[in-house]
Design a protein. Structure first.
Length: 178
């Protein structure tokens, strides 16, 4: 698949079929992430791969969502996680110049999403795990003083139709200043 085709094809997938993603493909996706740029070449990322243990993450999110009856997004996200094959938890392991590390991790995640698309695997970039970071860390035995959960990525083979999106044109977002 050509690069621009991958970019055009990538979508947030929230519904998945019951099909396992191979360890080889999971590692290809994460490897693509490691090829991204990082500020001062810190490579501030760590990835935890969950298969069956993702069920507890779903439970923690549902429990948290019960406290926020006006915010259904966390509950909807928990359904997507429950439905996916693999959940990647993305941690930052370097607190020096944290904002730049977040940018680096964002680039890493985008690389992973694009690689998943190229492999025919659906993905969803998730921020809604952050409100339950302490509970997730406690469940997984992670020291919150050494790592910060910044995002997650759900992976699975798509079970939904994707719509073509109308994007802003380049001329709408560029301003040349000489």
């Amino acid at each position: 698949m050509e690069f621009l085709e991958v970019l055009k094809k990538r979508r947030s997938i929230r519904k998945y079929i019951n099909q396992e993603i191979s360890k080889e493909n999971i590692e290809k996706i994460i490897y693509a992430g490691t090829l991204s740029p990082s500020a001062h070449f810190r490579e501030p990322w760590e990835v935890i791969v969950l298969k069956e243990k993702k069920k507890e993450i779903v439970h923690l999110m549902e429990k948290y969502a019960d406290k926020l009856p006006n915010d259904q997004s966390i509950l909807k996200t928990s359904y997507s996680i429950d439905n996916c094959d693999t959940l990647l938890l993305i941690y930052c392991n370097n607190f020096e110049q944290f904002q730049y590390n977040l940018l680096s991790i964002g680039a890493m995640i985008e690389n992973m999403l694009l690689q998943a698309t190229e492999l025919g695997i659906g993905s969803l970039w998730i921020g809604n795990v952050c409100p339950v970071e302490l509970q997730i860390n406690s469940y997984l035995g992670i020291d919150s003083n050494t790592k910060k959960l910044v995002s997650a990525v759900a992976l699975g083979y798509s079970n939904q139709e994707v719509k073509n999106l109308t994007r802003k044109g380049v001329s709408e977002i560029i301003e040349y200043i000489d």
